[in-house]
Structure formats: structure tokens, C-alpha cells
Write a protein that binds this ligand. Sequence first.
Ligand code: HEC
Length: 221
Amino acid sequence: MKKLLIICFSFALIPSLSFSAGSMDLDEYIEGMNIKTSDVKSLQRGARNFFNYCSGCHTLQYMRYNQIAEDLGITEDQLMKNLIFTESAPQNLVMNNMLKEDGDRWFGKAPPDLTLVTRRKSPEYVYGFLNSFYEDSKSPTGVNNHVQEASSMPHVLWDIQERYSEEEYSQFLNDTVGFLVYAGEPIIEKRKSMGAWVIGFLLIFLIFSYALYKDIWREVK
Ligand code: HEC
């Protein structure tokens, strides 16, 4: 019985240990991380960054263009001009023209869909990943990555990172990763404000139920 308990306990510990090891590696790459999903302007910039620098390779297969526009206060005109670079209509899902077979052939591994990436991996992982490319002449892409060793993604933000100051690059990443957090949970802001209302309701309810409790017990005595 004792052995069984020890085995169960060790299994329970494994995920927490591997998680803390993973997040420790990330620490030095996420110093400037400060994501604000309540900041609509930041999400708008993030959407612009995503469609300019990522959507050629990555899809958001569970999001529709017009849903993004509605949530982020973007007009249909701005949507067509600034975000849709394919033949898509506003009600279409955010897909691109890259076939999986081609992606596999070109990169060794097709670029994955990014709708749920911040939930599957974590916002810290994605921020750290985009912030930790380094030159490596042995790699086919000329770069390697500290967070995802031997990644087949090229450093598509190379030129931006070169031109921007550290602060500007960090803002760029906060906007872009913030947009991906929103894409992973489009109702995130509604959920948070709903939470405040529910707690408020429960507090008021508490006052009434306490008054009722007092009233009932007064009569019993
Ligand atoms: C030229 C094509 C290309 C572009 C453009 C591109 N990526 Fe990638 N990306 C890839 C490939 C290929 C992989 C798969 C890497 C691997 O697993 O080895 C990848 C992987 C990733 C991953 C890791 C996903 C995971 O599950 O581990 C993230 C996050 C990511 N990309 C984010 C972005 C973001 C954000 C942008 C825009 C700033 C972007 N990518 C632009 C090709 C691209």
C-alpha cells in the first residue's frame, strides 16, 4: 500500500516538475512581456502584425475575419484593405493557400495553425519563442531558436528586430502574442467582466441571506 502511494505521488509530481523546468528556461526571454488583452489598440496592432508577418504561413482556422473585425472595432473597409490579403470574403475562416504537403516539403514541418497555440503551449512560450532566435550557420534556415531547438521556422521578424529598439520589439511581440491570446479565447474580456458582475451579485445576495438568517433565528429564540 505504501509503495502504491509513493508511485501515485511521484506520477502526480511529474507534470509540475516538467512545467517548472520548462518555464525556467523561458525566464530570460520573457523579461519585457506585458500582454494586455483589454487594450483594443494593442490587439488591433497585433492583428496587423499577424496578417503582415505570419498569415502567409500560419492559419487561424477557428476564427472568421468578420468576427475579428467586430471584436476589435475594425470597419469592413479597413478589414478588406489591411487584413485580407487573399481572395477570402469577410465571413471566411482565416486560412491561407499553403497546402500541408507543400509546407512539409518546404520547411520539413508544415507551419501549424495558431488559433489555440497560446493555450496549447502558453503565451510565455510563444513570446519567448519569437524573442530567442539566434544565428546558426549549421541550420538550414541560418538561424536556430533557444526555446524550440532546431525549429524549422525561419526568423521572419529578423528585419524588424534589427530596425527596432529592444523596447519597440518587445511592444511588437506583446501586441502580436496578445492578439493570439485573444484568438485562442475571443470572449476573454467578456468572461472577465462577467466574473466581476457575478461576484458583485453574490456579495449582495450574501447581505440578504445574512439578514434572513438573523431574522429566522430571532424568532426561534
Ligand atoms: C515562412 C513561414 C513562416 C512564417 C512567415 C511564420 N512562421 Fe511560425 N512557423 C513556421 C514553421 C515551418 C513552424 C514549425 C516549426 C517546427 O515545428 O519546427 C512554425 C512554428 C511556429 C510556432 C511554434 C508552434 C508550436 O506548436 O510549437 C509559433 C508559436 C509560430 N510559428 C509563430 C509565428 C508567428 C507569431 C509568426 C508571425 C510573426 C510566424 N510564426 C511566422 C513557419 C513560419
